[in-house]
Write a protein that binds this ligand. Structure first.
Ligand SMILES: [Zn+2]
Length: 146
């Protein structure tokens, strides 16, 4: 799958999954982001501008020595954010990391909304690393000596 296809799929999925969209369609949702509990939830906010998500990206950037993941700027468009996170090149490994991170940030949001449970940014960052490790093991990319 090319970076462009991934981007289009990501943007369309991500834009559907926010309370502002649900409310605009006449549904009921809490407009406040459940990750930081201070700003309204929007596609950009959830993944790029939320203080909780920024902490997760910062921890990942430090753990993995990938400074690119620490985008400490406000993004106006999700596409710009995605490009900044993934770079112009075709780094499948980094794209995989960004997708897992977005997915686990989304799961944390749902955990708070539906289960009334919350984890810290450090815990979410650990889950992201575990998920990637498990994926690698399932793919046979990690060899564990027993
Ligand atoms: Zn937030």
């Amino acid at each position: 799958m090319s970076n462009d296809q991934e981007l289009r799929q990501f943007v369309s999925m991500w834009e559907e999954l926010t309370s502002d969209k649900i409310i605009r369609r006449g549904g009921q949702a809490n407009p406040t982001c459940q990750l930081c509990r201070t700003e309204n939830e929007s596609p950009n906010h959830k993944v790029a501008d939320c203080s909780f998500s920024k902490m997760v990206w910062l921890i990942l950037a430090q753990k993995l020595n990938l400074q690119m993941l620490n985008q400490n700027k406000t993004s106006t468009r999700i596409k710009e954010w995605w490009t900044a996170m993934n770079g112009q090149g075709d780094d499948t490994r980094r794209t995989q990391l960004v997708i897992y991170a977005v997915w686990d940030i989304w799961k944390e949001r749902c955990r708070r909304v539906f289960d009334n449970k919350a984890q810290t940014p450090a815990q979410v960052a650990s889950i992201i690393q575990q998920d990637i490790f498990l994926y690698d093991m399932a793919q046979g990319n990690v060899h564990v000596n027993i």
